[in-house]
Ligand binder design. Structure first.
Ligand code: NAP
Length: 251
């Protein structure tokens, strides 16, 4: 008879922002497969969100989806409260929801600038600040930044790169603030990963693949693996770090 092993996140509750599609959906599924109860937000994709819930439930896990626009800090804080109300606790926060908005600097719309900052920078801060009241010793905050924080290989991404560099800095600052509570804060920086944000048929993709030593884009589940490691007990001495998963694209 095979011995049953306890999943690494059994008994934990997680909140993932932007879990209806792409990398966020893969993170929801992976954390649930590792035993966590997972609450996640989305802005528009109701049908996709319900498919993620159904997939988790089909695998024997528990997931709940809530429409909450990350551009609204009250909605983000509300998602934290709703997670605690539903699961009675919060152990893991993954700040994944993000917008890209690639376009040249000339004539850049300041409304778009503000929206990118609201979703990519203000929302992770608002969520972490609200979550901190519930996260205890061993708690985890995981940002989803980007390799463009370190190096940008194409034009048109100045504001997106700025938001992701802000996330790397915020990660270090929050790691200082919450470390004394035993809560770690880390930043996963994906390289080009095949999602709706970066679709396989995008005109950039041939170039992106050629620029990678592995000659391919990443899969969302490959980013979720690193998130799962950081969410679990094995990462306990990693704090304030920005860790890259890009197949070597940025070397
Ligand atoms: N794909 C890449 O190559 C790549 C590389 C580096 C970093 N990243 C980062 O990884 C994260 C996920 O990217 P992705 O490629 O998976 O993107 P995606 O395919 O566009 O999916 C984005 C997810 O975030 C949600 N979302 C977007 N705006 C939101 C908002 N205002 N409020 C709440 N949820 C919102 C979307 O939900 P709805 O559909 O319901 O709106 C969706 O579930 C982002 O932070 C991105 O910057 C991606």
């Amino acid at each position: 008879m095979t011995a049953q092993t306890t999943p690494p996140l059994a008994g934990k509750a997680a909140l993932v922002t932007g879990g209806s599609r792409g990398i966020g959906a893969a993170i929801v599924r992976r954390l649930a497969a590792d035993g966590a109860d997972v609450f996640f937000t989305y802005a528009r994709a109701e049908a996709e969100a319900q498919k993620v819930v159904a997939a988790v439930e089909a695998d024997g896990g528990r997931a709940v989806a809530l429409r909450a626009d990350s551009a609204d800090p009250q909605a983000v804080r509300g998602a934290v409260d709703a997670t605690v109300a539903r699961f009675g606790r919060l152990d893991i926060l993954v700040n994944n929801a993000g917008l890209i908005g690639m376009r040249g600097a000339a004539g850049y719309d300041m409304g778009d600038f503000d929206r990118l900052y609201a979703v990519n920078v203000r929302a992770p801060f608002a969520a972490t600040e609200a979550a901190a009241a519930h996260l205890g010793d061993g708690g985890r905050v995981i940002m989803i930044g980007s390799v463009v924080a370190d190096r940008i290989g194409v034009g048109g991404g100045a504001i997106y790169a700025a938001t992701k560099a802000a996330i790397a800095g915020m990660t270090r600052g929050l790691a200082r603030d919450f470390g004394p509570k035993g809560v770690t804060v880390n930043n996963v920086q994906p390289g080009p990963t095949e999602t709706d944000m970066n679709p396989a048929d995008s005109p950039h993709n041939a170039w992106l693949k050629a620029a990678s030593p592995l000659g391919r884009l990443g899969r969302p589940d490959e980013i979720a693996s690193l998130v799962a490691f950081l969410a679990g007990p094995q990462s306990s001495y990693i704090n304030g770090a920005s860790l890259t998963a890009d197949g070597g694209y940025n070397i």
